[in-house]
Design a protein around this ligand. Structure first.
Ligand SMILES: [Mg+2]
Length: 197
């Protein structure tokens, strides 16, 4: 099997996607349910100003990231994949969230080779630097941007990332399906490699 470079987003990808919702509802006096979340930007979900959301995030961000639940199967699958592949976490979180992010990944037994906190949703340059073979995401516009730059993406299906996908983005239901697709990709790369010899 060929060793792949797997780039993996954190929020909504290895974390459960709606972990911020309870505290945000309480803080803003809202009653938004997971099934109401049809867009990625939380301030639009809550129908509040972006600045107000940022104020909430400044107060509670560390705590939210600390207490987030993991997605079902993520740790189990990543531990298996780590035996054969490189795992790089690539998140839009700010650098100030590094300690809480690393502690969370350790606590939830998610192995990794590196973590990159970009402070921006633009992930193309980092994908290039890491020579990404597969990028695992939950953000629709990130997926499209990465695909346009030539990267293959697995998009975890969510209420907020519906929409048409280009040929190099595959919508997946869960981490067990991701494991299967990574293994197929590694075998295909090895075949291509042998054919090229
Ligand atoms: Mg995400």
């Amino acid at each position: 099997m060929q060793k792949l470079n797997l780039c993996i987003d954190i929020d909504g990808t290895v974390t459960e996607p709606f972990y911020w919702l309870n505290r945000a509802n309480k803080f803003f006096g809202k009653q938004v349910k997971p099934e109401d979340v049809s867009v990625y930007e939380i301030h639009r979900v809550l129908d509040i100003a972006e600045d107000d959301y940022n104020e909430f995030y400044n107060l509670y961000g560390q705590l939210l990231h600390k207490e987030a639940e993991a997605r079902f199967g993520a740790s189990e699958v990543l531990k298996r994949l780590y035996d054969h592949h490189n795992i790089h976490f690539v998140t839009a979180r700010e650098g100030v969230m590094k300690d809480v992010s690393v502690a969370w990944l350790e606590k939830h037994e998610m192995p990794m080779d590196s973590i990159w906190l970009l402070g921006s949703h633009y992930k193309v340059d980092q994908a290039r630097e890491l020579k990404s073979d597969l990028f695992i995401e939950d953000n629709y516009s990130n997926a499209l941007q990465l695909a346009k730059a030539g990267f293959d993406v697995l998009l975890i299906d969510c209420s907020y990332n519906k929409g048409n996908l280009p040929h190099n983005v595959t919508r997946v239901k869960n981490w067990f399906q991701i494991k299967t697709l990574v293994e197929i990709r590694a075998q295909r790369n090895e075949l291509d490699f042998k054919i090229a010899l």
